[in-house]
Design a binder for this molecule. Sequence first.
Ligand code: NAP
Length: 251
Amino acid sequence: MAGFDLSGKRAFVTGANTGIGQGIAIALAEAGADIVAVGRSAMKETCARVERLGRNCSEIIVDLSDMRAAVAALEDAWNSGGPIDILVNNAGMIRRADAIDFTEEDWDAVIDLNLKTAFFLCQAFARRALAAEREGRIVNIASLLSFQGGIRIPSYTASKSGLAGLTRLLACEWAAKSINVNAIAPGYIETNNTEALRNDEKRRTEILGRIPAGRWGQPGDIGGAAVFLASEAATYVHGVVLPVDGGWLAR
Ligand code: NAP
């Protein structure tokens, strides 16, 4: 059986300083991968934890809202550190307001980071992988809002629904070229992204009451799915959006 070992692989993980990105970086390192931790904040804690696992960790500080800067970071990482095998598009943001009041600024900020940068990082990664005749794995971090509407988060829902569609499109274009494009749809995970929800006692309780697993998720709950999608075990898996949600969508 094809395994889950990622020894000798190198993963470029965006938003790896905290939350789900940090959980994924550590899980990939546990499976044997070296990590390029990318984002706008210092990656000190993530790199310390990766290095304690005996894996290499390099940090790139960049504002990923700027698509060109994001692509340049991937190019730099490839040119200076060698080929990248796994791209995890995890960095993302959310803005909350009623649709009736939603501003252009809140629309553009979320779409630019969650959708535009994610697409152009996929493109830059695939261009390099194809030119080098190397296999590649892309794992996009989607959301329950790739399947559902939600409320008060119009640009976030549009971005995550768009990311699910893009994941399928890119899988169709690249599956025969040995680049697997898949996504993970995390459920409700305890990170900065959901702080406002968790601070709202009514929403927190309503959400918890709907999760079959009976608890909110932790960043570490997402790591196993990322390892699977990055590994040999998922060689024939293309274009899926895999929910890791404590059963939320099954309800
Ligand atoms: P988080 O703790 O807020 O993490 C978001 C990450 O993106 C952080 O590393 C953040 O860096 C980074 N980031 C934001 N804006 C950036 C920018 N302009 N340039 C570079 N990096 C930037 O929340 P999270 O829950 O772990 O989110 C990770 C991903 O999971 C996001 O795509 C989110 O939409 C998705 N997701 C989360 C949940 C959930 O329940 N938590 C559910 C479904 C999907 P800073 O720390 O510097 O801000």
